[in-house]
Design a protein around this ligand. Structure first.
Ligand code: HEM
Length: 414
């Protein structure tokens, strides 16, 4: 059914939409009038770019689709990593080795294994190391502030901690971290016309990262240590990961855990600086609810997709087998059926059942606790070390179909 209030040719994945802050008024209109809407002419730069798709905009419907993998498959393409044409080492199908693109029972097997690396205990064991890193990042940013008067928050602050967290988690030695960071950044930037990094360079970086991780796995298989890699790869015949699977898992971590958290941190800072009363409140009380509100507000992953496995329905709307379905987390996170005054940035919001980490199904974000911990640690460090930050300029936003990103955020203390 067409939506009369939408502009002609509207596409919910249009990168121009993300040049302004969510919530977008078009989604409020869709939730009200056509909550499951067929977009016939997508223009988004990744994922949804050739055929039409269903835009699912209500909180309840996004949860429904996410929690019914038997009706809505992740297999075809979740719109995240499309390196297949370039990563074709030994005819390996890269799409199939990435758990985000798997369906049960294969997904269940891999998820059960890798979950061991993300238990509350495993995440807590990183806290002290990450707290020290967060404080060092904030202190170094403070020094550049004294020298230059302003700095780019994204490159000075938001980039570092997510990469350190992944490196810490899988035990990458200090001397190798610069290389890992370089590969990760190249992989992420290939989609962005502003960087002179081609898809081939991005894919090459991905291959190098996978190769590095596979070597790590092979080493630990031979000489097991008391670390997470050893736990994940030891004794394949007892149901652990193969070296290939481990390589692609690290690739997924570098993509899924990196830019997402970086953008949450950048958006969080921007939200604090444009809502000074919330920054004052944060500095005074450090509410533990703040990180979840930052993720709701930012919704760094604005949409993922599924493919219908059979003729079915979403919210009473008939959907055909093979149809593509976009889950618009950015819309769900502003649904007034669930959130009281969603347009307000409120760091004490509780409960906060946002879908920033997914709609609760089998693919629900594996790194949620780690991400929340990182956000908590960095803002605590910033509130201590740089309490008087001010916005020096409007943010420069990433041009992307499903990532709500900030590329540059100039801040000052004057
Ligand atoms: C999956 C968001 C941080 C690892 C996902 C999904 C979303 C998401 C929306 C898909 C959920 C679904 O399809 O139902 C985010 C956001 C983050 C974040 C907004 C930061 C604020 C992280 C971190 C890591 C991570 C720090 C790990 C280091 C993963 C993995 C998956 C995933 C491995 C795939 C899980 C699966 O397929 O079973 N994330 N994520 N994420 N995330 Fe995150």
């Amino acid at each position: 059914m067409p939506c009369p209030a939408l502009p002609d040719g509207f596409d919910a994945t249009d990168p121009d939409l993300l040049q302004s802050r969510i919530p977008h008024p078009e989604f409020a209109e869709l939730r009200q009038t056509v909550p499951v809407w067929w977009c016939p002419q997508p223009r988004g730069i990744t994922g949804f770019d050739d055929e039409g798709y269903w835009a699912v905009t209500r909180h309840a419907d996004v949860k429904y689709v996410s929690t019914h993998p038997e009706l809505f498959s992740s297999h075809t393409n979740t719109a995240v990593i499309r390196f297949n044409e370039h990563i074709n080492r030994d005819q390996i199908d890269a799409q199939k080795l990435i758990m985000l693109n798997m369906d049960p029972p294969e997904h269940t097997r891999v998820r059960q294994i890798v979950q061991r690396g993300f238990t509350p205990r495993a995440v807590r064991s990183l806290t002290d190391a990450l707290r020290v890193r967060a404080r060092a990042i904030a202190d170094e940013a403070g020094q550049s502030l004294s020298a230059d008067g302003s700095f780019d928050f994204v490159t000075r602050v938001a980039v570092e901690l997510p990469l350190q967290a992944i490196a810490e988690l899988i035990g990458v030695p200090q001397e190798d971290r610069a290389r890992i960071f370089d590969w990760s950044n190249k992989m992420i930037a290939y989609d962005d016309p502003e960087y002179a990094i081609t898809e081939e360079v991005g894919a090459e970086a991905a291959m190098e990262l996978i190769g590095y991780a596979m070597n790590m796995a092979a080493d630990r298989k031979q000489c097991p240590a008391k670390d997470i890699v050893s736990q994940l790869v030891a004794a394949e015949d007892e149901g652990n990961l193969s070296t290939d699977e481990f390589g692609f898992f690290v690739l997924l971590l570098a993509v899924a855990g990196n830019e997402t958290t970086r953008n949450a941190i950048s958006h969080g800072m921007h939200a604090f600086l444009t809502h000074p009363e919330q920054w004052e409140l944060y500095k005074r009380e450090r509410p533990s609810t703040a990180a979840e509100e930052i993720v709701r507000w930012a919704t760094p992953v604005t949409a993922f997709q599924r493919t219908a496995t059979q003729d079915t329905e979403i919210g009473g709307v008939p959907v055909k087998a093979g149809d593509r379905v976009g889950l618009f987390y950015s819309s769900a996170n502003n649904d007034t059926e669930v959130f009281d005054r969603p347009e307000q940035f409120d760091i004490t919001r509780d409960p906060n059942p946002h879908l920033g980490f997914g709609g609760g199904g089998p693919h629900f974000c594996l790194g949620k606790s780690l991400a929340i911990q990182e956000i908590d640690l960095i803002f605590n460090a910033l509130a201590d070390a740089l309490p008087d930050l001010r916005l020096a300029d409007d943010p420069r936003r990433l041009r992307a179909a499903w990532l709500n990103g900030i590329k540059e955020l100039q801040v000052t203390a004057r």
